[in-house]
Design a protein around this ligand. Structure first.
Ligand SMILES: *[C@@H]1O[C@H](CO)[C@@H](O)[C@H](O)[C@H]1NC(C)=O
Ligand SMILES: *[C@@H]1O[C@H](CO)[C@@H](O)[C@H](O)[C@H]1NC(C)=O
Ligand SMILES: *[C@@H]1O[C@H](CO)[C@@H](O)[C@H](O)[C@H]1NC(C)=O
Length: 462
């Protein structure tokens, strides 16, 4: 009896200690990064760690936060989400695209065009199962949906703002790319609908999946117009069996002979030695056979990562780097850029998010859609037509007619603005991960978004 009693006491005491521990770790101080292995000296603060989004199931999301290089108190807060579904915002967004550092061998090199020059950058690995984020109850991974992702992300934000209350008053933007064409609008919609609002001013999404049929079927024209497939293959790819149909058939695990034939033909002509995420960029030869990101899963063996992703993989898997980041591996043996445990509901790819963009525009949120113009996975052709149609449906008139925009003295892409609230822009020479291959142009685009201004015009006359 008394033995049981004292065990209960002991358990209560352990719980009490655990609570103290929780309250200590829920202050931002505990998340402060002293220094990342190999980093140059910097003047801004970095934080990283976990926010629990479900205590009972021990589900926690990992974030990395780089304060603005100068005057963080007055600069906006920008949340960045990578897509997949299932890929890491820390591995891709922070270390390959627009974070303060890029890994190179044993070192981190300063990124001259880091987005934390303009904003306080918050990178979130979401949903649980991605990167260092985890669910101790692994059943969670079996069937994750857009709804679950959006709800967990909202819980994350509430609790993150509790840990960093000084950022509640800053302008707030939600940004991302690829499958974050779902995550970003869905999270913004939830914020608007639950009237939490924070200080949400705008969203920006790059090469976003917005409407399954339009986005996937615009690949055919992109391949053809960039010389990746022949006239005759273009014809069968648009009349006999198109890409959305091929995707659905492969999802069901039972492709018809005719679509399998078309798929084979397309793959053979494109060849597996070109990067679908940037058809003009050279590939990293060491990784030709690396695993595909999910959005491109039909071209599994063709997915070619750039070498920076290799460097990031090596970097984030170093024990001392994980310790410096306060990260841990739960239920996996290594960190990977796209999750190997998560089973996302692939039916969700077909949920259209264009109507959500409309809802956001109507509630006064700036919506900025951009396209790296060398990407064949979510090509600019489909995206541009979707934004144009949305503007028509909303009755928004053009406020900036389609024109070139500039970064320095070069054309950085083309842009059009509707009703001073809905913007479209291409980024010239940019990949699916636009900030990776066009860092300067992407930073100019971020500045325009944050200032609510159209993209710059030519600063000189010819
Ligand atoms: C784990 O999660 C599954 C699905 O979310 C749930 O049905 C189950 O009850 C959970 N298990 C425990 C031990 O809580
Ligand atoms: C793709 O194929 C499906 C099935 O044949 C068809 O319903 C759809 O209209 C096609 N889409 C395009 C853009 O051609
Ligand atoms: C859009 O343009 C049309 C035609 O010029 C005009 O009648 C209408 O009032 C404009 N709408 C807005 C919201 O400015």
């Amino acid at each position: 009896m008394s033995h049981t009693h004292s065990s209960a006491m002991a358990i209560t005491f352990v719980l009490f200690l655990a609570q103290i521990f929780v309250s200590v770790t829920s202050s931002s101080e505990a998340d402060k990064i002293i220094s990342l292995p190999g980093q140059p000296e910097v003047t801004f603060q970095q934080y990283s760690g976990y926010i629990t989004v479900d205590e009972k199931q021990h589900r926690a999301l990992f974030y990395y936060f780089a304060e603005a290089e100068t005057d963080p108190a007055s600069k906006p807060l920008v949340l960045w989400l990578n897509g997949g579904p299932g890929c890491s915002s820390v591995g891709a967004g922070a270390f390959v695209e627009h974070g303060p550092f890029k890994p190179s061998e044993r070192l981190l090199l300063k990124n001259e065009y880091s987005w934390n020059k303009e904003a306080n950058m918050l990178y979130l690995e979401s949903p649980a199962g991605v990167g260092f984020s985890y669910s101790a109850n692994e059943s969670f991974y079996e069937f994750v949906t857009d709804d679950i992702t959006a709800r967990d992300n909202l819980v994350f934000l509430h609790r993150w703002f509790t840990r960093f209350p000084q950022y509640k008053k800053n302008d707030f933007f939600i940004t991302g790319e690829s499958y974050a064409g779902h995550y970003v609008p869905q999270l913004a919609q939830l914020i608007v609908r639950t009237k939490t609002r924070f200080n949400l001013k705008g969203i920006a999404i790059g090469n976003p999946l917005l409407e399954f049929n339009t986005d996937l079927n615009s690949r055919a024209e992109f391949f053809w117009s960039h010389g990746l497939i022949s006239d005759s293959t273009y014809k069968v790819f648009t009349t006999v069996c198109n890409y959305s149909q091929i995707w659905r058939e492969y999802q069901s695990g039972n492709p018809t002979a005719v679509c399998a034939q078309v798929n084979k033909l397309v793959k053979r002509e494109i060849s597996r030695f070109v990067d679908a995420y940037d058809v003009t960029l050279d590939v990293c030869l060491s990784t030709i056979d690396q695993q595909a990101q999910m959005l491109n899963q039909l071209q599994e063996t063709e997915k070619i990562d750039v070498c920076l992703e290799d460097e990031t993989f090596t970097y984030l898997n170093r024990k001392e780097v994980q310790e410096a980041l306060h990260a841990k591996l739960v239920g996996v043996t290594s960190w990977s850029v796209c999750s190997e445990v998560l089973r996302y509901n692939m039916q969700n790819l077909e949920i259209p998010t264009v109507p959500i963009l409309g809802e956001l525009v109507k509630s006064g949120i700036q919506v900025f859609v951009f396209s790296g113009d060398q990407d064949s996975v979510v090509p600019l052709i489909g995206t541009r037509s979707l934004v144009n149609k949305l503007a028509k449906d909303l009755g928004l008139n053009t406020t900036v007619p389609y024109r070139a925009w500039f970064a320095g003295k070069q054309v950085a892409g083309w842009t059009q603005v509707y009703g001073d609230i809905l913007s479209f822009a291409t980024i010239r020479g940019a990949a699916h991960e636009a900030p990776f291959s066009q860092p300067e142009r992407s930073l100019v685009l971020l500045s325009a978004l944050l200032e609510g201004q159209p993209l710059p015009e030519a600063v000189f006359s010819r």
